[in-house]
Write a protein that binds this ligand. Structure first.
Ligand SMILES: O=C(CO)COP(=O)(O)O
Length: 275
């Protein structure tokens, strides 16, 4: 990890948009996912905080649900993305998903390196680095997941996670103005649990990741999200350090997602609070 300027203000800090992402993994079927998108579309369509970019939202459905979700969220400002992509765009790659095609069907995000992709599909830093380049080549904002496997002390976790980020971004080419990147800090031991990681622990790791990103001239704008059993209350607890949340199960109920959205609005723009 390299030293750099003090971290920019995070969620509670005022200037940057709060970013909320939701992954459906393989939890919901296509119809339920599209139903969720229709409900959320109604809730956010005309909301000034979302329309004005103070809160940035994205959703990552399973692949077959993407067209229906893109349709349901049309005109709402909520971005849609895939939970994975392949590193090549065309060729003899049976079963692979092209970033170019994701773009064609309306995606603007691609998740890379979720803990489940590493653990169940054998993806390593080299593979993930190629996928990162493929996402950027196709104009997809990468949602790059990093996180230590086992709970340790926050400083050790910060070093381990920063090293992971540096390894995956090693072959990232330079670009005019820098790449737009979302990093999701997801401690693997906190995924699928009842509670999120302790805010001080997560905050220490996020501060370390921010130093890595801010000292990398290839990165333009970046946001660091916390993921791992995130739920109503988590965003406020992390307001000094995280730029937002990457949500799983606790956002699959639109009402609970609405609570997190209200929390984001209250942090960013208290007078726009809906509830
Ligand atoms: O892995 C996650 C999001 O990608 C988090 O999932 P949970 O919030 O369900 O633990």
């Amino acid at each position: 990890m390299t030293e750099s300027a003090p971290p920019a203000p995070a969620a509670g800090g005022g200037a940057r948009p709060i970013v909320l992402g939701v992954s459906f993994k393989l939890y919901l079927d296509v119809d339920s996912t599209v139903e969720w998108a229709k409900t959320v579309a109604e809730a956010v369509r005309d909301h000034p905080a979302v329309k004005g970019g103070r809160v940035r939202l994205f959703v990552l459905p399973s692949l077959p649900a993407i067209p229906g979700v893109v349709d349901a969220l049309q005109g709402t400002g909520v971005g849609v993305g895939a939970q994975d992509l392949f590193w090549e765009d065309r060729g003899a790659f049976t079963g692979a998903v092209s970033g170019a095609d994701l773009r064609t069907v309306g995606c603007s995000y691609a998740e890379i390196g979720h803990a489940e992709r590493r653990a169940l599909f054998g993806e390593d830093d080299v593979i993930l680095g190629r996928k990162l380049v493929a996402a950027l080549r196709n104009g997809l904002t990468p949602v790059l997941c990093v996180g230590e496997t086992v709970k340790s002390d926050p400083q050790t976790a910060a070093r381990e996670t920063a090293a992971e980020l540096e390894a995956v971004t090693r072959d990232l080419p330079a670009s005019d103005g820098g790449h737009d990147l979302i990093v999701a800090y997801e401690p693997r031991w906190a995924i699928g649990q009842a509670e999120a990681a302790d805010p001080d622990y997560a905050g220490t790791v996020i501060a370390g990741l921010r130093q890595v990103l801010e000292s990398d001239e290839r990165i333009g704008s970046s946001s660091i999200l916390y993921g791992g059993s995130a739920q109503p209350g988590t965003l406020s607890a992390l307001r000094e350090t995280a730029d937002g949340l990457f949500l799983g199960r606790f956002a699959h109920d639109p009402r609970r997602f609405g609570l997190v959205l209200d929390e984001a609005l209250a942090l960013r723009d208290p007078q726009l609070r809906t509830g």
